[in-house]
Design a binder for this molecule. Sequence first.
Ligand code: BTN
Length: 325
Amino acid sequence: MGELLRRMLEECEGRFVSGQEIGRRLGTSRAAVWKQVQALRRRGFGIEGARGAGYRLLGLPDLIEEKELFSRLSRPDFWKALVFFPVTDSTNSRAAELAGKGAAHATVVCADAQTSGRGRLGRKWESPPGVNLYLSLLLRPPLDPVKAPQLTLVAAIALAAAIEDVSGLRASLKWPNDLFLSGRKAAGILAEMAADPDCLRHVVIGVGLNVNAESSGFPAELREKATSLKISAGRPFRRVDVLARFLDSFAECYGAFMSGGFKALLPEWNRRDALLGKRVLLRHGLEEDRGRALGVDDSGQLLFRREGAHRTVKVASGEILEFER
Ligand code: BTN
């Protein structure tokens, strides 16, 4: 409801239009115009109404709409569907559910807010409405299941490139799934898969990116550790712009990965590697070890040398608990 009115107010670029004029152009009564104004306000449009002058648009809501998103993609054919929820528990759960119902490879599930957004290792992912991006990519790659974890790194590279493009900021990556801006975490990736022993059924790549979150919106314990694009760049971003750039970037990185393996993207990882040569505390399985991170290999495994050891080992999965800045 209110699409024509919305377009008319946008065309007037902040100037007042009388209720009578709107009614005449839309062919409706002034009471119907009023109803449409109310409907647009409920969707987040800032509309000022002044007796005698009419209505004018003060601000657009930061909406994510399928039509606008697809119109901004340079590679729209790659993506098969966008499923958007104003609010859901977790886009990863929704994507897995859709996968079970046969949803296509390259389906994007996105939400304005999540009530049970989850991070790695059972952590909670803060997901307030209206400010950030929460999305999951459902993929069905013809890939050996042991290679599926590499997709986390592929998505991280794609996200870093997209953020750098839209903001001019420099993103760094902390193996295997964290994206940092100016030393603080701005995004995380949670990949979950369903596989038979030698056949990958699907992978869900969940991405949480703080776009316009304010520091005061983070829980106290995260305030010193977390950031957003807005905090780091000092200006807000339209979520649909960031999302479109990420989906293009992912399509490109995914293509490179499927044809050339992770090796094809390794230079992209290396130049953003936040851990390269740094002393770290690594948790892998039940063990915790101090040592040095020496990059990742061409299958996305962390190269790690324990303190005092001479040999470098490859770590397929783990968590960096601390690292030298
Ligand atoms: C992490 O850093 O631990 C990963 C965070 C991943 C969060 C995203 S938000 C969209 C998707 N849905 C979820 O429930 N989690 C991921």
